[in-house]
Write a protein that binds this ligand. Sequence first.
Ligand code: PLP
Length: 375
Amino acid sequence: MSIQMVDLKGQYQRIKADVDAAMARVIDSTAFIRGPEVAAFEKELSDKLDGAAVLGVANGTDALQIAFMALGLGPGDEVITASFTFVATAEAVGLLGATPVFADIDPATFNLNPAQVESLITDRTKAIVPVHLFGQCADMDPFLEIGKRHGIPVIEDTAQAIGAMYKGKPAGTMGSMGTLSFFPSKNLGCYGDGGGLVSRDADLMASARLVANHGSRKKYHNEVIGINSRLDALQAAVLRAKLPHLDSFTAARQKAADGYDLRLAGLDDIVTPQRASWGTHVFHQYTIRVNGNVSGRRDALQAFLKERGVPSYVYYPVPLHLLPIYKNDPDSCRTGDMTHTLWAANEVLSLPMHTELTESDLDQISEAVRSFFSH
Ligand SMILES: *Cc1c(COP(=O)(O)O)cnc(C)c1O
């Protein structure tokens, strides 16, 4: 079998009976919208997340939009977040007429830098959004402390970090809200689109529920302008079948990461992923840095790997503030110093990471990386 960046099929083969039965159950019931599967999944995931309430929504991008709408975000408001992330983190901010403010990252973990975030706060700042990038939590204590001192809610973009812990607390449960994605390749992925919101704030969760349900509590009595964003019952059933495996999926990713660390140790040309002392890393991605801000070397490594049948991916080649949507319109965003963001975009390369990687896959991938640097 050739090496894959993500192996959804191999994982499905192992849990096929459970997933097939779950889907058949929903089709048999014809309860396709909301219904018992969605309610049961929300409860089961809530139990897994230390009792924080969970609301299933259509995808992780909607989860962010709903969180911002629940906070009442609108024109003139600002949201501080990372530029080194997937576009969805900031997309809904502009959609709601507000302005994203991009702060730099900590080069060791690729996560948002709290000190710079604080320096960018104005009286228009309505939310701070740390992204738990690649499967590791941002340093939440400083963000929570800054948020509290300035009266600004913290929204955790947890799309890549379900199951990660920060000082014993589950990712997504520490801020005012956490947003989740169940996109197929995420650590807990469904078989289509899916997303979720997590919160311990009952009022905010009630607002999110209202927004996600056409702005109505009672059918045909709409109170605010909302959207239609639901977790599909078929997807909820798949997620219920997969949730009991989440810990073993995480362990498989961590084992693969340890295997890479061992095999890539001592290579001066790269930096393997740093694990922060404050929590666990669930390795949504295993992202190395190719040392030296020399554009071209990382891309040469990627091409070399490809010739040897090893896929790899650059997450993310263009920081958000340099995307045409923002770059071509100076009023569309604000940025702090972007030194580490620019370096990261030049140097990062994510190696294959999924639950089905074998020792021989790790050998082949790591050998290919080593041989690139030995000639
Ligand atoms: C995947 C992802 C999202 C969006 O999730 P979708 O379910 O694809 O809409 C948001 N933020 C980050 C950091 C992501 O990785």
